[in-house]
Design a protein around this ligand. Structure first.
Ligand code: NAP
Length: 482
């Protein structure tokens, strides 16, 4: 057992102080594996958020003017604090969210990698001197922090979704007002505790829990908040984009996905099945980049399904803290009901259950890892995110048909294809209308690459050099009379 309780902060962090909600009200936080209440967090709202924005706005000038290497040094310390406490932070994450401990440790580690990456990228936030068309002129392009950044994050990666936002913001001198998901607030509040521990100035990092509408409402309304970065559902993302119009904020939106996973007849089927398992069942299927639709060429359909079923059967379901567990519970009963609805719809339209298909004998929100065959484009899961451990297998005959089916969605976040043919790789990679393509790779997230989507999956990129640009304004200076 670790000292995870040390990181469980039952208060909000505003202007450098740990506070309760003005109303005194709290929200229970439960462990989805056991249903047990593990603590409470403040039910904060508009007033507390307004104070957090005031504190952030007041902290901005000095933080933006801090020596670059002092800001970088703080990020190094933040990275080390995350890794020094990796086991405890991971256990806290598993207890509030349910994912297996190994995945939770991985999430803390990738979060630390984002922090380290942006500490490095901050030193490369270079401007330009552009050749002017006439003598006696100089053209300079410089980059500047956007200002206070509002952040709203989901429950499925309660720590690393904040890492990708907090790290670039702090790297360039932007104060943060963050609202983690209500289901998993402790991993978000832990970022405030870490920031406090490593010595960020008061007001630079603020984290609030409570009513999403009230907190987000204040963030969206205040002109001092110059950027909003959101990860979550497309529905809420669209609402925030609309709300951002009044104060013309810069927005980054990491929204829903509906990832296709293409398996061609020339693929290494063992590698494809291996990739399918990690892509589909990681986090119990609750990731935005999870394979949502498996398109398999007819000639290898049966062989691939056999391998997929065999590997899926091996996944041990249970409490994420137990040794060897590969799949934890779903986040709540609504998530289970949604998976059941999608399965009922598919079965009603002719799909067959090749494995699983119902609630797990452990009860609660545990669900059996499931493989469905005979999936078709008219089934609901062809259009909607499943967000659960269900792998629907569709068949196709030609490459063009596969690409067309893969693109037949409003989403455009992640996509995957397994093939060993070079020409096909290029055609498929170019044909897929997605922000990210994994070729012979089932897990593609890394801090060095731009993570993000097109179409209804959002705008903006996290990680890579592009992930820093999203927190910077570009200024052009024309110097005459030289
Ligand atoms: P969600 O319902 O949109 O919630 C995300 C966050 O928004 C939470 O903090 C939530 O607060 C808050 N929120 C809810 N209603 C709001 C409103 N009206 N105004 C402002 N904020 C509001 O999404 P979710 O169910 O937590 O997460 C799953 C979704 O996130 C999936 O669609 C998934 O694909 C997407 N996701 C995308 C990425 C990506 O990088 N593209 C990564 C992970 C997840 P409460 O918790 O208090 O409701």
């Amino acid at each position: 057992m670790t000292d995870w309780q040390n990181w469980k902060r039952e208060a909000n962090f505003v202007g450098g102080a740990w506070i309760k909600a003005d109303s005194g009200k709290t929200i229970d936080v439960t462990n989805p594996a056991t249903g047990e209440v593990i603590g409470t967090v403040p039910a904060s709202g508009e007033a507390e958020t307004m104070r957090a924005i005031d504190a952030a706005a007041a902290a901005f000038p000095d933080f933006a003017a801090m020596d670059l290497m002092s800001r970088v040094g703080l990020l190094w310390k933040l990275h080390d604090a995350l890794m020094d406490n990796q086991a405890a932070l991971a256990e806290l994450l598993t207890i509030e969210m349910g994912k297996p401990l190994a995945e939770a440790k991985g999430e803390i580690a990738i979060g630390a990698q984002y922090v380290r990456w942006f500490a490095e990228e901050a030193r490369r936030a270079k401007g330009e001197i552009v050749p002017a068309g006439v003598n006696g002129r100089r053209i300079l392009v410089t980059k500047h922090p956007v200002g206070v950044v509002g952040m709203i994050t989901p429950w499925n990666f309660p720590s690393s979704m904040l890492a990708r936002k907090i790290a670039p913001a702090l790297a360039v001198g932007c104060p943060v007002v963050a609202k983690p998901a209500t289901a998993t607030p402790f991993s978000g509040l832990a970022w405030a505790a870490l920031a406090e521990e490593v010595g960020y100035p008061s007001g630079v990092v603020n984290v609030l829990t409570g009513s999403a509408r009230a907190i987000a409402g204040a963030i969206m309304e205040r002109p001092e908040v110059r950027k909003v970065t959101f990860t979550g559902s497309t529905e809420v993302g669209k609402e925030l984009i609309r709300q951002s119009a009044d104060t013309v904020k810069k927005v980054s939106m990491e929204l829903g996905g509906n990832a296709p996973f293409l398996v061609f007849e020339d693929a290494d089927l063992d590698a494809a099945a291996e990739g399918a398992i990690v892509s589909k069942y990681r986090n119990s299927g609750q990731t935005c980049v999870c394979a949502n639709r498996f398109y398999v060429q007819a000639s290898v359909h049966d062989a691939f399904v056999e391998k997929l079923v065999e590997k899926t059967r091996e996944l041990k379901v249970g409490d994420g803290r137990e040794e060897g567990v590969a799949q934890g519970p779903l986040i709540d009963l609504d998530a289970v009901a949604k998976v059941e609805e999608l399965l009922d719809d598919a079965k009603g339209k002719g799909a067959q259950v090749a494995l699983g298909g119902s609630r797990h004998q452990l009860g609660g929100t545990f669900f059996q890892p499931t493989v469905m065959t005979g999936a078709t484009q008219d089934m609901d899961f062809a259009r909607e995110e499943i967000f659960g451990p269900v792998a629907p297998v569709f068949t196709f005959e030609t490459e063009q048909e596969a690409i067309a089916m893969a693109n037949d969605t409003v989403f455009g976040l992640a996509s995957y294809a397994y093939t060993r043919d070079l020409g096909r790789t290029m055609r498929v990679m170019e044909g897929l209308q997605y922000g990210q393509v994994g070729i012979n790779a089932g897990v593609i997230t890394t801090e060095v690459a731009p993570f993000g989507g097109v179409k209804d999956s959002g705008m903006g990129r996290e990680g890579s050099k592009y992930g820093l640009d999203d927190y910077l304004n570009v200024k052009y200076i024309a110097m005459g009379g030289i």
